[in-house]
Write a protein that binds this ligand. Structure first.
Ligand code: DC
Length: 227
């Protein structure tokens, strides 16, 4: 059975920031010929729109209305997702610090999450997707064929993030503090806090290379494909 003729799986990769989800998800998607969907980018796009409209990240009702009037599109590419907000390319803008914090703050609201989850379910419904986020295996696709929870020691995640962005000094300190704060918020929110699904394979990548993580994930995928 070739991979292209095989059943199109839904693969969920969850975990905290800096654990390596995006890299693993995009490498895996490329190998399988699947679409890689970064669900966090959707929360980021909504946070950006709230910033542009001068809306509070705490105003749940206004944020839901805003989401309903927005067109948020993810276009998988070989280097990650291109993010379109109402037709405008905001891929780089949504990675900036104000949007990063905003995404974590808008994502605590149950009605915002319900809207996002419904959109994400539509995007992945046909299978052939690797979707990464915080609640993919628990809420978006509890029936996913493969569930990975990718974690790593907080200090290591911080270092990876700073290296990725080539940050030093004050900028590094600010980013590290932001990462810790966001982690805390994502793990302790009332609705869908970040936690592994009961049936997820939990991988701690603290002392694993990217290639090793990918190999473990691929083994699981191939066992599901019956290969
Ligand atoms: O994966 P990311 O860093 O782009 O996510 C940005 C924020 O969005 C993250 O801090 C929490 C939120 N998020 C979420 O609550 N659920 C998801 N499935 C993905 C992201």
């Amino acid at each position: 059975m070739t991979e292209s003729s095989a059943r199109k799986l839904i693969i969920a990769i969850d975990g905290p920031a800096g654990a390596g989800k995006s890299t693993i998800a995009s490498r895996l998607a490329r190998k399988l010929g699947y679409a890689n969907l970064e669900s966090g980018a959707m929360y980021r796009a909504l946070a950006l729109k709230a910033i542009l409209r001068d809306l509070s990240f705490d105003d749940e009702a206004a944020l839901v209305q805003l989401a309903q009037k927005s067109r948020i599109q993810l276009e998988p590419t070989s280097t990650g997702n291109r993010v379109l907000l109402d037709g405008t390319d905001v891929t780089l803008r949504v990675r900036e610090a104000d949007v990063t914090e905003g995404a974590s703050r808008v994502s605590v609201h149950p009605q915002v999450r319900a809207w996002m989850v419904a959109r994400q379910q539509e995007l992945g419904a046909k299978g052939g997707v690797v979707m990464e986020g915080r609640d993919i295996g628990t809420k978006v696709f509890p029936q996913a064929d493969v569930k990975i929870f990718l974690d790593a020691d907080p200090v290591v995640r911080e270092q990876r993030r700073l290296q990725q962005q080539n940050l030093r000094g004050n900028a590094a300190q600010a980013t590290a503090a932001e990462l810790r704060e966001r982690d805390q918020r994502d793990r302790t929110r009332t609705v869908s806090p970040l936690q592994p699904a009961a049936d997820a394979l939990v991988l701690d990548s603290t002392s694993m290379s990217e290639d090793e993580v990918l190999r473990r994930v691929e083994e699981l995928v191939h066992s599901k494909l019956g290969g």
